[in-house]
Design a protein around this ligand. Structure first.
Ligand code: GTP
Ligand code: MG
Length: 372
């Protein structure tokens, strides 16, 4: 519903703000005249004053554009898209090393070396099929992405060091992974080590309801070594198999929508956002809005830092051209015009500011009443 403040509501129905506040106060609702009224408060006031309150359907909240965009999706152009795989696991169990090894064997020699990378998502190719990987610094980041609505992950890989077994963060990751409903593959890493004990890992995981396929369960366990590269082909093949079962589809012709994995301010480049395309094709020149930020795509670089013209389904790259740094987990959406993108971002920013303001007035009032 369109937001309306207490004093605006009072004006609209010929009452004073004090009368409105008194009614709500009588029902234990603390508001000030600048607060926005919630739907239930509006209903109560309508009854109290004997007026009919119609709630207009307008900019609901920050999710407006995403919801709007979702309605527009037409599945007649759907094609198979690559899987997005999130790697999780206990500290030092080898998530980053594993990803490095996967890239090393798949990225042409010379491209990979020497470039400092901050981004933690990569698109690799296996037998002509693409896979996008996301290296999570911790499961907190993963949960945050989800809570912000950017549900990017299709498949989860839980890395467990075969010489160390299930640890506290492995446990946490297991519960996050289960809650996500994504298929899970267990990568038992460091099998090159003398002390590696894959059976121990399997037993520990089985105790947590993740029984290996070869023990009659449903979870794939693959022994790998980020050091020697052993098992990595197996892992990739398994990912592609899972992906096939999932029948992941999206529309390359749709207005692009991409989730922000990471964003920062880079010297000489301005705000940059690393994204994964969830639908459509993101192109240089597109007008974009992303949470309360907006802009036009000035340049896109792939995960090797190489400039490219566009990003396809499930692909990852870094986008230049936003007017500010967007929050991780927000969703970038292409708009028809520069004006549209700016208007939406501005509305959202105002909305966010007003909410923040009304929160702080409320808090200070409550603090004051506590003093009296
Ligand atoms: P965080 O990002 O800190 O959670 O760690 P991580 O899970 O990304 O682990 P990382 O890849 O940084 O590896 C931790 C250590 O384990 C490093 O010293 C790696 O060299 C070592 N390591 C990783 N994989 C293997 C492996 O397969 N075999 C052996 N022998 N060592 C490995
Ligand atoms: Mg790491």
């Amino acid at each position: 519903p369109e937001d309306i403040r207490v004093y605006e509501f009072a004006e609209a129905c010929g009452k004073s703000a004090a009368e409105v506040i008194t009614v709500l106060f009588g029902l234990g609702m603390m508001v000030t005249k600048n607060d926005f009224l919630k739907q239930d408060e509006l209903e109560i006031l309508g009854e109290e004053f004997g007026i009919e309150v119609t709630v207009k359907d307008a900019l609901e909240d920050a999710n407006y554009v995403e919801e709007y965009q979702e309605e527009e999706i037409d599945d007649s152009n759907f094609v198979t898209r690559p899987p997005v795989v999130t790697i999780m696991g206990h500290v030092d169990h080898g998530k980053t090393s594993l990803l490095d090894k996967i890239r090393e064997s798949k990225v042409a020699a010379g491209e990979a070396g020497g470039i400092t990378q901050h981004i933690s998502s990569y698109t690799v190719e296996k037998d002509g099929q693409k896979i996008t990987f996301v290296d999570t610094p911790g499961h907190a980041a993963f949960s945050e992405m989800r809570s912000r609505g950017a549900d990017i992950t299709d498949i989860i890989i839980i890395v467990v060091a075969a010489d160390d077994g299930v640890k506290q963060q492995t446990e946490e990751v297991i519960s996050h992974a289960k809650a996500s409903g994504c298929p899970i593959i267990v990568a038992m890493n460091k099998i090159d080590k003398e002390a590696a004990n894959p059976d121990m890992v399997k037993a520990q995981m089985a105790e947590r309801d993740m029984t290996p396929v070869d023990w009659g369960g449903e979870t794939e366990f693959i022994g790998v070594s980020a050091l020697t590269g052993e098992g990595i082909d197996d892992l990739l093949e398994n990912i592609l198999l899972q992906s096939e079962i999932l029948e992941l589809k999206a529309d390359p012709e749709a207005k692009a929508k991409a989730a922000v994995v990471e964003a920062s301010l880079e010297k000489g480049r301005g705000p940059v956002a690393t994204v994964i395309v969830q639908n459509g094709t993101l192109k240089v020149g597109d007008n974009i809005v992303c949470d309360t930020t907006y802009g036009r795509v000035k340049a896109i670089t792939d995960d090797n830092g190489k400039p490219i013209k566009e990003l396809g389904l499930s692909e990852t790259g870094t986008v230049l051209g936003l007017n500010d740094i967007p929050v991780s987990g927000s969703v970038m959406v292409v708009q028809d015009s520069d004006k549209e993108a700016r208007d939406i971002a501005t509305k959202r920013a105002e909305h966010a500011r007003a909410k923040e303001l009304s929160k702080s007035t409320k808090v200070s009032l409550e603090e004051m009443s506590g003093l009296i």
